[in-house]
Design a protein around this ligand. Sequence first.
Ligand code: FUB
Length: 501
Amino acid sequence: MACGASWMMAVAVWAQNPIICDRYTADPAPYVHGDTLYLFVDHDEDVTENGYFTMKNWLLYSTVDMVNWTYRGTPLTSATFSSWAKQDNDCWACQCIERNGKWYWYVTATIKGQAYPGIGVAVANSPAGPYKDPIKKPLVQGWFKIDPTVMIDDDGQAYLFYGNNMLWYAKLTKTMTAITGGEKEVTTKDESAFGPYKGYDDNGNPKTNFEEASWIYKKNGKYYLEYAAGGVPEHWAYSTAEKITGPWKYQGKVMGQADGSFTIHGGSVEYKGHHYMFYHNGKLPGGGGYKRSTCVEEFTPNADGSIPFIPFTSQGVAPLQTVNPYERQEAETINQCSGVKCEGDYNGCYVTNISSGDYVKVRNVDFGTTGTGTIKVRVRATGKATLQVRIDKKSNPIRAKVPIVATDGEWVDVECAVSPNISGVRDLFFTFSGSGASLFDFDSWQFVEKGDETAVTQPSAERKAPAAVYSLSGVQLATPQGGINIVRDGQGAVKKVRKKR
Ligand code: FUB
């Protein structure tokens, strides 16, 4: 009995699939750029309308350690494609890549006034946007033309693949915003290419094993096409080819049917020397086939480059590095959470919708041997609340209790002693209490090492709003716009409220 209890605790501590906890995220499309893995995802709304996919926008998250994910905004909505796409729904699968400093985000949407889909592209100078639709029309359109996947070959030629049950590809021009040379159909009814037929559709037509969600890439001179297969419910499979034009050779199943979701759309990526397979399931609380959530598993390709069968886990993947608590960290960099939402855009994001009992977990934070003196949090509040700091478990004793007061719509920094101090590599929990909904907004946090508590910090330039500069000594310091009041309260906290001008 005791043994069983400790096993369950171990699972609970490490469980981190699904990896995004503030919303339902579907059809994950990872992209590695520099040190960062960007995750472009679709968004299943919290409220499903008409018992079908309810998807109004596309989201961006990123990570540098594979276990803590940073919300980077909602850079695209159906409004981005307002000249040709149906509005306020049908924001289906996507993929984004960078070329010569510009980011090209290919999406599925429904053609305005029609029932069939098209594939559009939005362009930006940075992954988080702002994005614009440069051509104001779909690149391709027609029945079954969904789920774009894109790659740039070694000779610089970019290709777009797309389709449901049927599969097409087209060359993209150097601008990445038009196709050239026409659309080519790939014969999905070729069983040696995509596996045996799997049943019939609603109209009695044979369904190919290739379902949708194509994911194209090249590795060691070989082309790989991963895709959802086997009809519905789908599993994950792949084929390979020596040339991008085929012929494709079916290589088999690499993942089973996703738990709680009849679709599985994902894709693999190599990052910092590791191989990861992304997919979605329906396992976030309240989730299901129309409320899906992104998951990730690590795998090791076989010596011949083939992909092994990858089992689903609730544990997910191991951290690639620790988080430095003595540098400013975004509150929206999260391992696990409950209740909260992330908001904002390329100017800066934050955690909001915070209620009593909600929590945010940050995994694998290295507090060092000296440990913490104080914590500084940047918040915006309309009333009183408390942010508590705990370690390793959200029910563990409170190490810091940061009092929050109304801030008049301003972002302010609040600093508070940590006791007993925290050292070592730990999981960090922020818990919240107060009365009412939406207690406050939480922008960032930073610990000050024991002995360094008087250090003065200028919060990062990520947020465009002017930052208050303050000291623990209670000295009022200048800010870019006006001064600040620093008030000590009975609990050792220092509240900084910017003066009205
Ligand atoms: O998310 C809507 C659709 O469900 C996608 O386009 C498909 O790949 C399936 O995951």
